[in-house]
Design a protein around this ligand. Sequence first.
Ligand code: AHR
Length: 688
Amino acid sequence: MKRVTLSAVAVCISVLMQAQPTLKIDTRAREIPVQETMYGLFFEDINYAADGGLYAELVKNRSFEFDNPLMGWTTFGNVQVRDDGPFERCPHYVRIGYAGHPVMFSGIENEGFFGMGIEEGKQYRFSVWARTAPFGKKGKPAAKEFVTFHLCDDDTMGENQMFFDEVIEVEGKEWKRYEVVFTAPRTVSDATLRIYLETWSEDESVEYRKDCCVDLEHISLFPVDTYNNDENGMRADIAQALADLKPGVLRFPGGCIVEGTTLEQRYQWKNSVGPVENRPVNMNRWNYTFAERQFPDYYQSYGLGFYEFFRFAEEIGAEALPVISCGMACQFQNDPNDKPHAALKELQPYIDDALDLIEFANGPATSKWGKVRADMGHPAPFNLHYLAVGNEQWGDDFIEHLKPFVEQIRAKYPDIKLIGSSGPYSGGEWFNDLWPQMRELGCDLVDEHFYSSESFFENNATRYDNYPREGTKVFAGEYACHGADGKKLNHFNAALVESAFMTGLERNADVVYMATYAPLLAHVKGWQWRPDLVWFDNTRIMRSCSYYVQQLYSLNKGDYVLPALVDGKPLTGQQQLYASAVVQGSEIIVKITNLSRYSQTLNIELDGLQGPVTGGTLTTLYSSDAMAENTLDNPDKVVPVTVDVDMAPCLNPQDYWQKGWYTNEQSDRVLKTSVAGSTFSVFKFKIR
Ligand code: AHR
């Protein structure tokens, strides 16, 4: 437990002497189940969340398919880009030939994503598709062509830049995949990968070397130890942080990237499945969205595609929730007069994409798209239950576009739950206009987004109290506290007000079925948007204060909501206190946020218990500094602290301060306690 000053103790003891409010929890009223999907993840490829982040590939532009095919690469010597390669949808490759003199080199060097994170003792898989060029070998005298690759630490003051090297002999005129697995001898967080041509001939003649060359395509460097050891998998530490949230739902792949600045640039899931070598790249819209934070090399390789998302959702026990384009490009970025959206009569291919996606996820391995899934290694269906159509759309245009999707999906797949949109804001004209129309269309859930100030979160714990209880449910699909005055940081206070707001999500679990913080991930050197839940660089991660709030809710989600009332009313900001309660198996879990700076005494009465409370814990998230942030250098500055709670009666207030709480002498079901100031507290009471 944290230290308290003597003066704070004095203030609090005097408060203790006064009548204490009682938070009465009706432990029998188990009427509102908490959905399994309640707390989840929203993944979008923003802030280098996919390539350069969760997707473990270390080579940028591995297929030479960016608009500038050599972006991310430095070439030296004799290197040409060609476009008649073996992969139809990724036709570019490089030809590396004789440098012009026997002591010179030709080759390429990849910069990775802000460098490549290589860790000592870990295994890596280097792979490349290669051939000797058709005109390469003359056969006289006997000769060989090699590709040598180096991992380099360009900043070193040591003798060698190169800290690992390996040589691969390339044989034959047919394209073949070559692979080397090796153990890294050193940790370098911003390594580069250098690849060059070496040749050998029996008579060492220069004449021969002039004709030598190799063609290289789809050059990959991948850690072997990915999450769950999946090939083409996820960076283990980032994926583990997400798994540790035990999310109930995984929404993917966005966000705005679903829509595209133009329809051509929308996320097309069909481009993200099948062999990775043949997935065409797409410029990421976060490449240029903010003039003050531009990342011209930000593309989507689609290496982390829909198959990988479904597989990850399955591995972490979350419902997959794909979002697909409704045939409308980003409305923020387009003037409707320019006709940026698909005309209604041209909408069928977009609707087919939705129907085919359901077949990809759920269809038998004999169906067209089910077979694509099966061929990728998952013959069993993924059991998709949810589909969102459109991201932040609004207006009549959206309704007209959405309608035929709903009709055709309902007709073919009546069990799929459909998620509509309430636009980009938490209220206002678009929001008010859309909600009734979403209900009328029969959407199962409506996606609400709110990136708002502290006061919004403080004042909106009651947001869902008066929503209709029947029909369409809420998916709070994107939310985060963006500090007022431009303090868009992951500071402790933002997390604290989120915890207060979330008592309202929990209390209204009959209306709110899903909630996902956003955005999820950010590379410290490549972010466009903050705050974000988890930050990383090439070798480290940091879980933000908001992460811990999400985790405390998710791990203590509960089976049923329990009424938790003071004087017959929920705590929704009275004396800056917020509370909610659930029962989870044999535990009663009470979450209390105290936004005031001072400890406040409270009786927690567990009404209607059959037996005594047999033990408990108190977990607190606290910082004395509202602006405290976890960082990569200090990732544990603000973390939850759990103490066991001694349930024995404790009559002396002095002891109380040591124990953190004490039981009333008359009853073992009334717990006199104090909720510390500026703290999110999670009490767990064992009831049998
Ligand atoms: O989360 C960042 C962006 O915020 C999402 O892409 C979009 O849906 C919202 O505007």
